[in-house]
Structures are given as C-alpha cells and as structure tokens.
Design a binder for this molecule. Structure first.
Ligand code: PLP
Ligand SMILES: N[C@@H](CCOP(=O)(O)O)C(=O)O
Length: 464
C-alpha cells in the first residue's frame, strides 16, 4: 500500500517509510492512497475475535508486504501484553444504550497507549532491520508524552524529546514523563501552550538542519499515520461486542487533536455501521464551532479542567478535510495555508461533514457536575475528558435505540484535582506500578518558547 500527502505535492511512501517520517515534505499529513474496506460478512466474521487478532485483521491491509504476518502478529502481541485488563478495552454500561469504552488500562492510563505501545514496538522492529538510529520529537498536552516515552524508552535506536506546556499538565501527567530516568529520554517544559509545542515540532520537521549529521526526526504525535491506524481497532472491537454489523453503533469522542475521532471516521469508511460521531470539546471549541456554525476561527487557548484537550490547532482535521474535499491536495493546501486565519468550509463540504459528525461544547462547570451526577447515579468515576464525552453524547445523540459508546480516554487518577471539585473523595488510587510516583525524582528542562533554544538543547543532548 502507498501513502500520499494531504497537500498533494510530496512523494508517495511505503507503509514503513510513512511510519518513519513525520510531516510530508509539502507540509501535509500522510494518508493511505485508498482505504481497505470490509464487507458486512467479513465484519460479521470478526465477532468474538480477541483484541490482538482483531488488531491484526484491521492493521494488516495497511502494512502490505512491509512486515510479514508473523512479524506483525509479534509486534501486536508485545504491544498489548502491558495492558492490565484481559479485555484490553472493556465496555461498561452506564445507562440504556449508553456505554463507556475504557481505554485507560495501558501502562500510562490513557488511550494513547493503544497506539504508542504499538508504535514503539514498530519503531524498534523497523529501525533494527535498517540499522538506523533516529530522534523522536513530540508535543504533548499531557498524555501523548508519557505514552510515547513508555513506548520508546526501551528502544536502543531512539532518542526521544517530548515538549509539554510548562505548568499546564496535571502533576500525575508531568511526573509520568519526568520521572523516567533513561538516558535516551528528554523532557522539555516549554513556556507556552500545547499549540506552541506542536508548532515547534512541526517547524522542526520542516527544517532538520539542527540535528547532528545522519540523524533525522520521527513523529510520535498523531501526524504519524500508524497512530491513527492502531486506534481504528477499538471502534471495531466495541461495535462488534454491541452487535455490529447487524446493529449500528455510535460514538462520542472527547476531542482535541482530532486523531481519535478521525480513527472512528475511518472505521466507518472501512465498513463499520456508524451513524453518528460526536465531537465533544471543552471551552477550546474550534471544532464544535466549525461543525455547528462553520466558524473555524482560532481563539486564545483557555486553560481548562480537561488539559489534554486544550488544543486550538487540531492536526488531524486536515485528514478529514482532504477526504471531504474529494482528496484534492491543492484545495486543502489553500484552505490551510494560514492556520491562524479564520476558515470557512464550502457549504456542501460542511453538510457532508454533518451527515456523520455532531458536536458539542462542555465547559468546566458542567464537566464537574457530570462527574458528580454519574458517580451518584452509577457509582462510576469519570475523568474530566470522559465526562465531556458523556455529556456531549447525552445532549446531541440522534437515536436512543442505537448504542452510544463514549470513549473513556483517561483514568480519573490522572486528574485528581479536577475530580476533587466534583466529589469529596479522599484519594483516587493509582495502579500498583505507579504507587511511588510522587516519591520519584524528576528531570526536565524548562525552556522559553523559542525554537532556536529548543534546537540548541536537543543538539547538545544528542552530542553528549
Ligand atoms: C485524555 C484525553 N482525552 C482526549 C484527547 C483528545 O484526543 P485527540 O487529540 O485524538 O482528539 C486527548 C489528547 O489527545 C487526551 O489526552
Ligand atoms: N492530547 C494530546 C495532544 C497530542 O495529540 P496527538 O494525538 O497528536 O499526540 C496529548 O495528550 O498530548
């Protein structure tokens, strides 16, 4: 299978090269030239498969000949052996036709582990085969960072640099990153917000001359196609358990960089019967405004109780636009030439988007109420991101007859301060492997929002 850029002007790449690249050379994101699809009968035949076997069936068509079936199976096997729940992604019912898909049973307690455990194994395999050492550079609003570090820290052929916004991630999130003392792991606390971190990463991919000779950057953010691909699996997994393909199943997704919900869109394009995908946002609501009012105008980022979704420039929206603009790279390049400018979608494009996407904005006050209400009614503790997804689903769901699955993107123990505003809980226990998190030493470098200083820090670290 070949992968092409959403801006239409970069060379097409194989699966392995796509995984080991960041942005395309024209500034676009890589997507498959054509999407594999499954017939109703093929989907029905997937019912009852365990998570790993299902992952193999979904991922294999993207990989083509770049990995043998045995190699892919082995990578998948190792990726999910670190998960603490036998089902990998268990479903919990919280109401009539209302379900929570718990995606926080991986090592860092967020949905990011699904793709980043896989990506770490994939990197290790491909780099060893090629005898190459690379530099991973990523931006995080809190969860991608620790999941990427956890996925890559054992890779001999990787140095990893993660930028997080200084003082804007939860303490648990920060410590999950900064207490990893491996020699190949570097944490940068940037005096800026997540968009600044992400801009810096994208600028670094565009000009890699600051790196020592022979080294290149590889992406762990969802600009990396493999991230999205691995996330498609759990949509199939949940829907099959709830009766697909006979039944249509809908999803509500706490959304920031648009990677997770875009994976749901792809699952639908690949044949899974999904009628509605709910884009659930916090006060940083650019995607909600875009879908509801055709108003995609950036506003200053607000620091919310769901910090991982404090994002204004959602990378993967570009992949959706590419599809909605009939895969016309020039149209996408023109539309996104200046991401700080307001953008209005063509009315026909917007109405196609609305056929599948609904949207809803949930502010901090309501987030806190939802955590309390759900705990009181179901004794189920939501993290603030998931609470936004649950509330959004309740407000905008179109069918009460079809199951609605809200993706639970993080464990509440990652956000004790937000949860404490809702409930007088003594303590939310961390899993055993994180019990001593608050006693561990931390290491990070605080840097100003200045690209040259970040590059200097990276070049020096790579030199020693
Ligand atoms: C806990 C949590 N929920 C939701 C999101 C939003 O996901 P996405 O960026 O894929 O839209 C993130 C960050 O990505 C997150 O860390
Ligand atoms: N919420 C994310 C932001 C980065 O998103 P990604 O999907 O592009 O890695 C985070 O937790 O870092």
């Amino acid at each position: 299978m070949k992968f092409i850029s959403t801006r239409g002007r970069a060379p097409s790449l194989s699966f392995a090269d796509t995984v080991l690249t960041g942005l395309a050379s024209d500034g676009g994101l890589y997507v498959p030239e054509s999407l594999p699809t499954f017939s109703r009968a093929e989907i029905a035949a997937m019912a009852g498969l365990d998570y790993r076997e299902l992952a193999f069936r979904i991922i294999q068509p993207f990989v083509g000949d770049d990995l043998s079936d045995e190699e892919l199976r082995d990578i998948i096997e190792r990726s999910y052996e670190t998960f603490r729940h036998r089902a990998i992604a268990p479903l919990v019912q919280t109401g009539t036709n209302e379900w929570i898909l718990e995606l926080f049973h991986g090592p860092t307690l967020a949905f990011k582990d699904f793709a980043l455990q896989f990506l770490g194994q994939l990197f290790d395999h491909l780099l060893k085969k090629r005898g190459e050492r690379v530099v991973v550079m990523g931006a995080t609003s809190g969860d991608t960072g620790s999941a990427a570090i956890e996925g890559c820290r054992h890779c001999d052929n990787i140095d990893i640099f993660i930028l997080h916004p200084h003082n804007r991630v939860s303490e648990v999130q920060r410590r999950q990153m900064t207490t990893v003392m491996s020699d190949n792991v570097f944490n940068i606390a940037l005096e800026g917000n997540f968009d600044d971190c992400q801009n810096m990463v994208k600028a670094s991919f565009a000009d890699q001359s600051f790196l020592p000779d022979g080294r290149r950057l590889v992406a762990v953010n969802s600009i990396n196609w493999a991230r999205i691909m691995a996330q498609i699996v759990y949509y199939f997994y949940a829907a099959l358990r709830l009766g697909a393909p006979e039944k249509t199943v809908n999803f509500s997704v706490p959304t920031g960089n648009f990677g997770d919900i875009f994976a749901g869109y792809l699952a639908r394009q690949m044949g899974l019967p999904i009628d509605q995908l709910v884009i659930a946002t916090n006060a940083n609501d650019i995607l909600h405004r875009c879908i509801s009012d055709n108003d995609h105008s950036p506003r200053p980022l607000v620091h919310s109780l769901s910090p991982s979704m404090d994002i204004m420039v959602s990378s993967n929206f570009e992949r959706l636009l590419f599809d909605l603009y009939d895969r016309n790279g020039s149209a996408v390049a023109e539309l996104l030439a200046d991401r700080s400018a307001p953008m209005h979608l063509d009315p026909s494009v917007l109405s196609r988007a609305r056929e599948v996407f609904s949207s809803c904005r949930v502010d901090d006050a309501r987030t806190v109420e939802v955590i309390r209400e759900v705990f009181e009614s179901s004794e189920y503790l939501l993290d603030p991101h998931t609470a936004i997804g649950v509330e959004a689903a309740r407000r905008v769901r179109k069918s009460a007859e079809q199951p609605m699955v809200c993706l639970s993107t993080a464990h509440p123990a990652k956000f004790p301060d937000a949860v404490a505003r809702a409930l007088p809980l003594e303590k939310i226990p961390l899993p055993a492997h994180m019990q001593d998190l608050f006693e561990r030493a931390e290491r990070m470098k605080v840097l100003p929002n200045d690209l040259s200083q970040v590059h200097e820090f990276m070049a020096t670290a790579l030199d020693t």
